[in-house]
Every structure is written in structure tokens, then in C-alpha cells.
Write a protein that binds this ligand. Sequence first.
Ligand code: HSE
Length: 425
Amino acid sequence: MKKVGVAILGLGIVGGGAYKILTQNRDFYCKTQNVDIFVKSVLECDKARIESLGVPQEQIAENIFEIVSDPDVNIVVECIGGITDARSYVIDALNAGKTVVTSNKELICKYSHELERTAKRLNAGLYFEASCVGGVPIVRTLLDGVQSNKISSIEGIINGTTNYILTEMSKEGVGYQDALAAAQRLGYAESDPTADVEGFDAAYKLSILSSLAFHTKVPFSKVFREGISSVTPEDISNGSDLGYTLKLLAVGKDTGDGIEVRVHPTFVKKSHPLAGVDGSFNAVYLTGDAVGEVMLYGRGAGELPTGSAIVSDIIYAATHEGSRYSTFKNNATAEKDVKFVSDFASAYYMRLDVTDRAGALAKITAMLARKNISIVELLQKSNGAESATVVLVTHSTHETAIKNAVSRINASGVASVRSVIRVLS
Ligand code: HSE
């Protein structure tokens, strides 16, 4: 039977999960895949972690050079995270002709061109299913499962931490800080939650997934990004009254006029399949010209779900001749003729504090109308003496039109806009 040796760099949550799965399922893969995949070595400096995973002494490598020079290591799994060491270790492994499997979204997002060029030159493989949406097999779906399609859109809940926080805020009516604290207690959010709550994590993943879906590099710098730290329970409750659920949505579209990529809080109709994706679960909803709509749902983080993605890549690499590369075309940027749309179209939810006097509402709607913004729904709640809250949802308009209208309203003295949230239309 063919033997395939694996080295794992980093035994944190994800590397540890991959280690457990590979060790526990070795016989199963021999039986079902006809290949003996074994852990040859690990690189990890935390001795307690090594002990808790029961890693035998002979599997512990001293440094990266020991691993890349070992002829029995065929596949190097990078689960270190960050980009400094990870980038140089992956390049070392590829230069030694080893296939690399990585869970590192920032690395693939920023350096896929460099890594893939090196991999191709050395005829090595480069696999990154675990970098996007954990255990949800979205990378393989885009590369293989729906490759017959022109994909027009990807809409996804691709960050579990923020989905957990927004679900808590929606279901329990708690504020952002309390929901974040609960997420931290449960280990969903880091002590510095910035990467998740400000949308960086989702933006890296969206950059990778859009590059695959639209067959051109979609650089991180093109992704419009707004996080959830300013979201209020009041807006979530108003949205709910109007039939919406709030999600941090990642949206990639190829509209024909160009590619738009954005991550921001979004109101989704309660009847939309994404509205029911709660807690730390993730989902990606694709639209292709032939297949129509496809939705993948599952766990986007965690040791075994993300370990599952890593080990599936290892098995794919171990059982296929030659390597399947992404379609990023080894570029850091898109081709010259690809346009990116920043003034994207969307419907909007708006909450305003209004001076409750005759004609105030007429003035607000006139300022919106001047920007050709039409209202679909409107609610007004009186706050007592001469003050009211107005909540409205617009028809589809454009980002620039909304920003201009908001500036005019705020300068008018009639009302101040307290929040603006995009609505999936
Ligand atoms: N921190 C991510 C999330 C998982 O909350 O979904 C890793 O990308």
C-alpha cells in the first residue's frame, strides 16, 4: 500500500484537530482510500500541548529544516497562523517539493500568487480548504462541484464568532458588549476580538472565495468592510418588527458591470435560508447560471470541523496524481480589464431621530427623493415632547446616493441619522 508521511506545523486548535483525526482514522483511510497516511512529525514548542495530544517522542521535530529535508515527509500541514513564520515555512516546504495543506486564510489571501507560483515550479500541491469556512467544503465546491457554472453571486455567513454574537443579541435582546463577553466565555471570540468583530476574518475568506468564484484574483484591498461593533439591540429589534434578521454577510457579486465584494451587517428577510443560520454556524449561498442556487451549511470553526477540512485535503493530495491549483492565475492583482464596483447597489434600513413637527417627515422624504431614493416601509414611534424615532427601508439605491442623502439630512436640522444598515434585496 502507498505510504504518505505528513508533518504538522503547529498543534493549536486546528493542527491538534488534524492530528487527532489522522491518528484515529488511519486504519479507516487504509481501508477506504487504499493509502496509509501517517503522521511522520510535528513542530510544536508547547510541551503541555504535545503531552495532552499524546504525541510520541519520535514524531517531535526540532525545526523546519528537519521536516523539509525528511524524504519520508510528503505533505506539510501549516497550522501556525499569522504570516511571518508561516509564509517562510510554507515556501521552504514547497521549495523542497513537499505538498502543502494550510488553514491560513491571511496567508492565502495575501500571498497565494507567490505560493502557487512556487508550488507549480516544484510540481508540489497547495491546498487550502480549511482556510475558508472551517468544515464547510466550499473551496472544493467552487473548484470542482460547480465548475460548470458562471457564478454570479456568493452570499455567506462566514464568521462564526459574529454570528454567535448577533444571534445572542437577536434572541436574548442583550447589548453588543454582553454578547461579546458570552462569546469570549465560550471560546468563540478571542480576548482581542478585532479580527472577527471588525470583519477582517470574513474579508480574507471572501477575497479567497471570490477569487475562486470569479476566476481572477480579488485582492483584500478591494473588499469593503464594516464590522458589528456598532450594532445596537434597538436596530435589531426594529429590523425584526419589519421582518428582518441581522447577519454579518459577506457578499461577492459579478454583476456584468464588475465585481463587488463586501462584508457588513445586513438585514436579511426572515424567509431567506441564510436568516435561519444561527449561533456559531456558517453557511454559503451560491448562485450559478446552470445550477441556480446552492447552499452549504455547517461549522466554520473548531478543532474537528476545521481538522476535517485539513484531512480531506491531505487525502485528496495523497490519492490524486498531479496537483489541482486554484484559478488565481498566480497574480497579486486582478487582470487589467477586470473592474471592481465600489458604488454598489443595495436597499437600506435607516433609523433617524426626528424633531416631531409638522412637515418634518415631508422634508426627510424630499431629501431622499432628491437622490432618487424611494421608501418601501416606514415606522414612526413617538418619544414624547417633539421627538420621534423614524425607521425606514428604501428600495434599491446606491451607496453614494445614501451617503449624500444622510449628509443632507444631518445638516438640515430636522433629523439626525442614527444608523444605516444595508438590506439584502
Ligand atoms: N474566527 C473564525 C470564526 C474562525 O469565528 O468563524 C476561523 O476563521
